[in-house]
Design a protein around this ligand. Sequence first.
Ligand code: NAD
Length: 484
Amino acid sequence: MTGSGALPTAHDLFIAGRWTTGSGGTFDVDDPATGTVIASVANGDAADAGRAVDAAAAAAADWARTPPRRRSEMLHTAFGLMRRDRTTLADLIVAENGKSRADADAEVTYAAEYLRWFAEEAVRNDGTYNQSPDGKSRTIVQRRPVGTAALVIPWNFPAAMATRKLGPAIAAGCTVVLKPAAETPLTALALARILSEAGVPAGVVNVVPTTDPGAVVAAWMADTRVRKISFTGSTGVGRLLLRQAADRVVNSSMELGGNAPFIVTRDADLGAAVEGAMVAKFRNSGQACTAANRFYIHQDVATEFTEVLSRRVRALRVGPATEHGNTIGPLISAAAVSSITDLVDTAVRGGARVAARGACPPPGGGHFFPPTVLTDVASDAEIVRTEIFGPVAPILTWDDECDLLNQVNDSEAGLAAYVYAGDLQHALRLGESIQSGMIGINRGLVSDPAAPFGGMKQSGLGREGGREGIHDYTEIQYLGIDWA
Ligand code: NAD
């Protein structure tokens, strides 16, 4: 562990409770708001991946036997330490991800809540005891830790995507090998330090940053000691990992891409709908899997909704989080700016109109994109069918509810959706007709540690958070007892 520069944190691999250099040298981490290098981090390779599994496998049996209350107490302590270190953690998130200060502070709170939630769930691992129908046997059904789990997370929520997996894994009694995204390894390493300080034993949590994710994760997928893969990221990489999982029938949880519709009915509270749209679309500069990707506004209220939303968007302050008052940070990379520029340009060539465009800092080292509202967007436009992952709100109008639901459900993705309606029963009926795992009703935020996060269709498998989250890290075992 090192403490260089303005950001005192770990820059090495964390394996078997020790900070260690990687076999692949080091790699640089950039600040997306300036393009400057903020840290040099140990670069793990397949050999390091193997060492991490050695440590996790060696710790697995003791950890599975550790009383649930003990595991729970460690998670409670880690929750407290995250609160103690909240400013440093938010600094790290701002530095490596670029998100606004408010978004970074909110992420630290949200991420810490997963540790608290799973501290509470650790001691509620229920089973059953039953008499067989013929009375000749008894069955005990219990949930056992699935074993060593490989956790692979993206850059957009470097703290929350880590704790949403670490919390339930630790609570269930699993040991883990975690690979953060190369863009944002520092937060994951800081969390490893916190968990270690909270008393989580050496080898239970191991972290391997790398610029060669294919090699590191493939090594884990091929290792018979790894019993579980939990992945959050793009649907393409999720499919690849599912193919690798098939070879050994590895237990798989997948949190993949989204394409969330945001529906506003004629009788909705438009002020609340715009407020919700600002959160659902512009939180994290639109870089959220749950981000509203396509707005379906009833034609009778579309003009008013667009005007109010446009006013709000023009008032957004875009720039580095380190400058006071900025509410929208940069995108993660120059490639992200260029792909969103292409999506908007293609939509405009196809007849869409730019109704609002926020101010953007002058071109420099940062990867900024102006928040944008588009109207007159064709229902089959590429921007409606692609996960934008940026601060662009394409608005479509609707009149017929059947057509609306056909358009909404005509997507491979089924992660999140939002419905704003005056009549709650109508909102619920719409919600039940939408093929998505999470529906925000008159609410622009669906992320909640106490609720099951996850998608239908190609948005994923399994759930994180809620009562269900710990189940992804357990396997059901039954013991039959002869009662002759
Ligand atoms: P990504 O799939 O490129 O990367 C995610 C992780 O996978 C990173 O750690 C990356 O290093 C790793 N990875 C990349 N190639 C790999 C390979 N060949 N083998 C193994 N691992 C590999 O995704 P991203 O661009 O970092 O993140 C954006 C995507 O993540 C979006 O599609 C978004 O919707 C999705 N996401 C989903 C959720 C969810 O909960 N459903 C949450 C956040 C992000």
